[in-house]
Unconditional design. Structure first.
Length: 433
């Protein structure tokens, strides 16, 4: 029969274990809510943005068709080209750029609103890091108190070895949750900067192209402005070409910056040595337990360890599905490869227009042929964009529906995990003396 002091130590360790588990559940819950709130993207936004992009591209496409028709008409005799038709083409281009630029501006505004709301609720990078540091500090106090109590137990006592193993496993669970927060925080910040960089540059390049169209309209009455309109279009199309690459670099850089910052503020402990052998040993030694209260605590710990071990596979599943969904809803960015291709097809027309104005301004036949060639290139890119946008959206919706039916949407996986945490917390609270 254990002495009164030993029994009191057992009770203290059991109480500390429950408090530790509740703190770890708090950290796991915070991770889930952070993932849900930090970069929330309502489903309707994909459809509204895709609609805006498609409308803007379609109007610009009609502008290219009008212009191309006139270029073909005056291929041999530029006098046949309708001046009013060219004005209509420039006006349509202006409207198309305005629609596309407004769509990107609206997305940027909505992203900023989501970030402000997340910050207000404590999910900004700084506030979330402070919350996690607070939980880690609380668990450090509990671990220190637990170690002090366990150290008072006799060295030969079998229960002391079990408590030491349980402490290592509790540290292991905390480390998994900390790794999870760091990974999701880095992903969140990288995604926010990537998207906001894209929307900002895309809005600017569309409004720059719109400015070029305004200058072009004035150029009908002031021909000397034709060069300024052409150069402005070159600048806008260059930005469109580089934007997908630029936003990818910015997102990756911010993700690495956040990773380094969290590594300094939330350092990880050395990895648990031989985690599975330790767990097996704990289970074998638990069979020899005579103290029922300690045994019930060990059972709770086993379940917590199971949740912790499953968090790694859960994180992998969530990351995989998130990447697929984000990739398919990334209509705005037209993919890393497709975006530059679309931008590049618009470059020849702008460059040829600039060369035509400054080198062949008074040679109407040559100028018309150069603009004809440039317009064909632009049409190919616009056609690709018109097809790719709905294909990307429908692929994303199909992917989401399939995952929803299988119960594998990231939101569903997180909700299921939240239910498991609630169930575990109820068991812990129910077993409190």
């Amino acid at each position: 029969m254990a002495s009164a002091a030993t029994a009191d130590s057992f009770a203290k360790v059991s109480s500390i274990d429950r408090s530790l588990l509740l703190q770890l559940i708090k950290l796991a819950r915070f991770n889930i809510r952070f993932h849900q709130e930090a970069n929330r993207h309502q489903r309707w936004r994909t459809l509204t943005y895709a609609g805006g992009r498609e409308a803007g591209t379609a109007v610009s496409f009609s502008s290219s068709l009008i212009d191309l028709k006139q270029r073909v008409r005056g291929l041999d005799d530029p006098a046949l080209i309708s001046r009013n038709a060219l004005k209509n083409a420039v006006t349509a281009s202006l409207v198309g750029s305005a629609i596309s630029g407004s769509a990107s501006s609206l997305e940027l505004a909505q992203n900023i609103w989501v970030m402000l709301q997340a910050g207000k609720n404590g999910y900004s990078p700084k506030a979330s890091c402070a919350t996690v540091k607070s939980i880690i500090a609380d668990t450090d106090v509990l671990f220190a108190e637990r170690e002090r109590v366990v150290s008072t137990l006799p060295q030969a006592l079998n229960q002391r070895r079990i408590y030491e193993l349980e402490a290592e496993l509790l540290h292991h669970i905390r480390q998994q949750l900390l790794l999870e927060f760091r990974a999701w925080s880095c992903h969140s910040r990288g995604q926010a900067w990537r998207e906001n960089t894209f929307y900002s540059v895309d809005a600017l390049q569309n409004f720059t192209r719109m400015s070029a169209a305004i200058i072009g309209l004035k150029g009908f009455s002031q021909p000397s402005l034709g060069g300024a309109a052409a150069v402005t279009t070159v600048v806008a199309n260059s930005a469109a070409t580089l934007n997908p690459l630029l936003c990818g670099i910015v997102g990756m850089s911010m993700r690495r910056y956040q990773m380094g910052r969290l590594a300094r503020e939330l350092p990880l402990e050395p990895p648990l040595r031989e985690a599975q052998p330790l767990l097996d040993l704990k289970l074998k030694m638990k069979l020899e337990l005579e103290d029922k209260d300690s045994e019930s605590t060990a059972k709770l710990l086993e379940e917590a360890v199971s949740l912790g071990d499953k968090s790694q596979s859960l994180d992998l599943a969530i990351d995989r599905e998130n990447q697929d969904i984000e990739r398919l809803r990334r209509v705005a960015q037209q993919q890393t490869i497709a975006g530059p291709l679309i931008g590049l097809t618009s470059m020849p027309g702008a460059v040829l227009g600039t060369l035509a104005f400054y080198n062949y301004r008074y040679d109407r036949v040559t100028t018309n042929k150069m603009l004809f060639a440039g317009r064909i290139s632009a049409l190919s890119g616009q056609t690709f964009a018109l097809v790719q946008t709905p294909v990307t959206v429908f692929s994303g919706l199909r992917k989401s529906d399939r995952l929803r039916k299988q119960g594998k949407l990231p939101s569903q996986l997180l909700e299921e995990r939240m239910k498991n945490l609630d169930r575990l917390e109820e068991q812990i609270l129910a077993k409190r003396p």
